[in-house]
Design a binder for this molecule. Sequence first.
Ligand code: PEP
Length: 262
Amino acid sequence: MSRKLFIAGNWKMNLSRARSSDLAAALVEEIGKEAAVDTAVCPPSCYLMTVQQALGVSRIDLGAQNMWYEDQGAYTGEISADMLVDVGCKYVICGHSERRHVIGESDEVINRKVLKALSEGLNPILCVGELLEQRDGGQTMEVIRQQVTRDLEGVGASYAGGTTLADRLTIAYEPVWAIGTGRTATPDQAQEVHAAVRTLIGELYDETLAAELRIQYGGSVKPDNAAALLARPDIDGALVGGASLKAPDFAAIVRAGVELSD
Ligand code: PEP
């Protein structure tokens, strides 16, 4: 089963309007025509429209870093799925570890976001990952199993236009101890968890869906470690934080994916 690699950049709370636009324009120049892998950038929400304009008709898609699960109303500071679609988003990150552990988002909230994103036509990138003490305590698989199961509760397998959950959802395995720390999971460590996530998806849905679903790795992915990670059989792309803020670095990661796709 060959899954198209998917490389997404999470810009987090960085840059300015001008720098967001410049970064998007530089990426269009470097990788804007790349068709062998799917690519997306997720800027801060206030720069979504600026970045959308800079991406233009390139092949780089737009994603948001977060959303709220209600349609509209008294949710000060929040943005709906509908609003994200309205400004051109294709993807939305749900359950990033910074939202789980800094903002305090629960699996129940993340599950509602995933359900809402899917029902409004957005493709969720669902992040899961264990804390360092959980890895050291041998709880990695249990934590990942619990997050995936809870976050996908009630999530259907089939969607409009004959698409399946595998066309719509990406799971990003992001060990929390590897995010922004410069410490990357080894390709073996990442592969082991990715394979377990795929097995779990097979149990929750079926083998076909499990074989088609893309599972990204995230956690200090850089140009010099991308190829080794992406070469592993169950690693179908990367969610890139720090290195996505530099056009040459993000482009190099995308190119590593392109070379593996040839
Ligand atoms: C992330 O933000 O999802 C991430 C993986 O960050 P970094 O690449 O900086 O570790």
